[in-house]
Every structure is written in structure tokens, then in C-alpha cells.
Design a binder for this molecule. Structure first.
Ligand SMILES: C[S@@+](CC[C@H](N)C(=O)[O-])C[C@H]1O[C@@H](n2cnc3c(N)ncnc32)[C@H](O)[C@@H]1O
Length: 430
């Protein structure tokens, strides 16, 4: 087993590997994403490169931190995102041709139409699919109180009816997306959505929901639109931000074209992004049936257990084989095929990616890959080292693994394992 230099970068990276740093930052503040890194991470990378990169790629675009920041530095960046919600969010943030007066014009049109909301809004706008969206007799829990959902439907209807320019329709839809969770009875609780404390009695009126929407537009988005309107850009990464599974779509990138990849793939932590962003996907009508949801989940990287696969064989890697064998003999809990399959599928997907990266990157290119280790059945999976091995198998050279910070393992695992390393692999194409 090859050893790679493990360098302590916690002082530098500890605070910048989290999206929260973007909370008040130009454009990134339009939607409070959780699973991303900050723009400072991208800036640090640009500063340490010996030459300015010409062409980059982000295979797991998420909220668009990488392509947006590279665009701000006039660096071309291909990106891919499987979730129609994140993809919409990234495209809206990458759009550079908004102008202040058109923005105000549509904002006021919507405000006028919301002065007299329709009493029968549900005959004009369909309720999101699913059993638990609003209260029905006999239910114990539901996602939205009726007035909240009606307030949201009012806004969705106004966007549909009052805005005839697709670009602004999408922009206002993201403003709506940014208040959906707050308007609901749920909160994001790590891997899933849970019910807020005292949700039964916290009830917003329809007008409260409209106010939340206008506060977001007037206090956050309007200010940034003013800056965008006056700022010319040389590079446009919006038209090369693709919707779909990167494993299937990476062919859109020309061979030998990339000199930089910056990314953070889903971690091997059973987190399903379709679950966490379910309310946005449903309310914005981006996923309209259980069948469509299943098909979306099938296109995601195999980092969760929502889709069952027939038994998979592990890739040829001694570190991985040792983990799997330790898990099988673990006394903590009888091992579970779903989890072992997920682990095997995850590294198989990593191999698929590195085989494609090899074709797409030119010699001298560099990859910065942010990932964290995982633990199951009392066994730690050194995800960073295994990805390092995969990179080397495909002809790359792992320059170093930078320890970024320690993150909490799940409550069951933390007693046995303690903290898990989050790291950034720096990998050179030779
Ligand atoms: C950790 S997040 C990336 C966050 C991003 N760096 C940011 O700052 O916003 C991983 C993303 O990968 C996406 N994803 C999962 N499977 C994918 C696939 N097969 N192809 C493309 N994107 C995928 C998820 O939907 C999620 O948005």
C-alpha cells in the first residue's frame, strides 16, 4: 500500500471548507446551501497555482461555488450537476446579463398581482406530489400548513403569469426556493428533513410568506443585481453548466483540454441530496412523481442506500478489501449488504471518473478534490487514501493529502471511531 504525504492544513482550511462562510457573500447568499465549500477555498487554489489556468471542470457543481468563482476570475469552467434544483441554482448564479431596471419592473409586477391573491389558487397551481404535503384527515404530520403553501403557490403563480422572460422567471424562482424551507414545518437535519420544534403552532399567514419573499428580493438579490448590471465579464460558464449524471455526460468536455479540476463529490456518508432538497424539488415542480424521483436517485453517485443494487464486487484495492473484511467480521452489528454495496459502488464510480479525468486533462494539470472519510460497523474507511490509489492507478500522481479538519462521525460510530478526517487531495496529471 502506497503512503502519501499527509499534511496538516487545518489552520488554513478549517473555516473555509464550509459554505456558511458564503452566507453574506455576493450571489452565493441567494440560497443558503449547506454541503458546499466557500469561495475562499477557490481563491486559495488560484493563488497557489504557478500559472493562471485556462480551462477547468467541476464534475459535482452543487450550488455552483466553483464555476461562479472561476467565472469571477475569468477562468472557463465546465460543470455538471444531476439535481435539477442545484442545476437551476447554479445557472441562475452564473447568469451575468441581468439588469436593474428589468429586475425592478418584474418585482413590481409580482407585488401588484399579490395585492389580490386568488381565493382558488389551488385550482390554478397544483399541490406538490406526495402524501404528506398538507394536512388531510387522520394525519399526524404534514410538511406545510395550508396558509404557507397557499402563500407559496401565490408566488409561483405570479412568477408564471407576470414574467415573460425565462431568465428572470428562473431568478425569481430561486428567490422563492430560498424561503421554502423557512415556510415549511421542516428543517435540514444532517442527512434528512425533520420537523421543527413546536411546528404545529407556528403558523405563517399567506401575507407573511409574501413578505419573506420580498425581503429576500429587496434586501439581498436586488443589491447584487445592481452590481452585476454594472460589471462586464469576459468568460461565461453558464452555457457549459450541464444538467445530468457526470458519469454519462463528461464526454461533452474536449479531450486534453483541462488544466484544473476542483470538486467535492458526495461523501460516502449515505446522504441522499434528493431527500435533503425534496421540498424545493417538489414545490418548484422539478420532480413531479415518485417514478421521476426514483429515476433521479438512480443517476446520482452511489453514496447512499436509496437505490438497491444486486451484489457488487469491490474494485481491486487492498485498503478497501481490508475495510470490507473488517466490517464483515464486525461484532457491532450484523453487516448489511446495502451498505457494503454502496461502498463498492462508490469506489467503482470513482474509477469511472478517474478514467475519464485521464482523457480530459492535459499533462501538467492538477486536481483538488475535497472529501471526508466514513465509518460503518465500527470500521473507518480511508476514503481519501483509496481515492489516491485510484488516481495513481489511472496514471495520476498524488502530490499530497491535506488534512482540512475533523468532522463528527454518526452518533453510533463516533463512540468507536472518534472523529473523521476531511481532506483535500492534490493530484497531478503527468
Ligand atoms: C458536495 S456537493 C457539491 C457542492 C459544491 N462544491 C458547492 O460548493 O456547492 C455534491 C453534488 O454532487 C451532485 N451529484 C451527485 N451525483 C451526481 C452525478 N452522478 N453527476 C453530477 N452531479 C452529481 C449532488 O446533487 C450535489 O449537488
Amino acid at each position: 500500500m502506497k503512503d502519501y504525504p499527509l499534511i496538516d492544513y487545518t489552520e488554513k482550511y478549517n473555516s473555509i471548507m464550509v459554505f456558511d462562510k458564503n452566507r453574506d457573500v455576493f450571489v452565493h447568499r441567494w440560497y443558503p446551501f449547506v454541503e458546499g465549500y466557500s469561495k475562499e477555498f477557490i481563491e486559495e487554489i488560484i493563488q497557489e497555482l504557478p500559472y493562471p489556468p485556462k480551462c477547468a471542470m467541476e464534475p459535482f457543481c452543487g450550488s455552483g461555488t466553483t464555476p461562479v468563482e472561476l467565472q469571477n476570475h475569468n477562468i472557463k469552467c465546465y460543470s455538471f450537476e444531476v439535481s435539477p434544483f442545484m442545476h437551476l441554482l447554479a445557472k441562475v448564479k452564473l447568469e451575468q446579463t441581468y439588469d436593474e431596471s428589468t429586475f425592478k419592473y418584474y418585482r413590481n409586477k409580482i407585488a401588484n398581482s399579490l395585492l389580490n391573491p386568488l381565493q382558488d389558487i389551488r385550482t390554478k397551481e397544483s399541490i406538490p406530489f406526495g402524501h404528506t404535503v398538507v394536512y388531510k384527515t387522520g394525519m399526524r404530520k404534514w410538511n406545510f400548513h395550508d396558509t404557507s403553501l397557499d402563500g407559496i403557490l401565490d408566488i409561483r403563480h405570479a412568477i408564471r403569469m407576470e414574467i415573460d422572460d425565462e431568465k428572470y422567471k428562473k431568478l425569481f424562482t430561486i428567490a422563492l426556493a430560498s424561503i421554502i424551507l423557512q415556510s415549511s414545518n421542516m428543517f435540514r437535519n444532517g442527512k434528512c428533513l425533520s420537523y421543527k420544534k413546536k411546528w404545529e403552532t407556528r403558523i405563517y399567514s399567506r401575507t407573511d410568506i409574501h413578505k419573506l419573499f420580498f425581503t429576500k428580493l429587496d434586501c439581498v438579490i436586488a443589491e447584487d443585481i445592481k452590481i452585476i448590471s454594472s460589471k462586464p465579464t469576459l468568460v461565461n460558464n453558464m452555457n457549459i453548466c450541464y444538467l445530468g449524471d457526470v458519469r454519462k455526460n463528461i464526454e461533452k468536455v474536449p479531450d486534453n483540454s483541462l488544466d484544473l479540476i476542483i470538486t467535492s463529490p458526495p461523501y460516502l456518508n449515505s446522504r441522499d441530496y434528493t431527500d435533503i432538497y425534496m421540498l424545493e424539488l417538489k414545490v418548484l415542480e422539478l420532480v413531479n412523481s415518485y417514478e421521476a424521483l426514483r429515476s433521479l436517485r438512480k443517476s446520482t453517485l452511489r453514496s447512499h442506500v436509496q437505490i438497491k443494487y444486486s451484489e457488487l464486487k469491490p474494485i481491486n484495492n487492498s485498503r478497501l478489501e481490508k475495510c470490507l473484511s473488517d466490517m464483515r467480521s464486525s461484532k457491532t452489528k450484523s453487516w448489511n449488504t446495502g451498505i457494503l454495496n454502496m461502498i463498492c459502488g462508490y469506489f467503482e464510480d470513482m474509477e469511472t471518473l478517474f478514467s475519464a479525468f485521464k482523457k480530459k486533462m492535459r499533462v501538467g494539470g492538477v486536481i483538488y478534490l475535497n472529501v471526508a472519510n466514513s465509518a460503518y460497523f465500527g470500521v473507518e474507511v480511508p476514503v481519501d487514501y483509496i481515492i489516491g490509489d485510484i488516481a495513481e492507478k489511472y496514471g495520476f500522481c498524488v502530490r499530497e493529502i491535506r488534512k482540512a479538519r475533523d468532522i463528527k462521525a454518526s452518533p453510533q460510530q463516533s463512540k468507536m471511531i472518534g472523529k473523521l478526517r476531511e481532506s483535500v487531495l492534490v493530484i497531478d496529471k503527468r
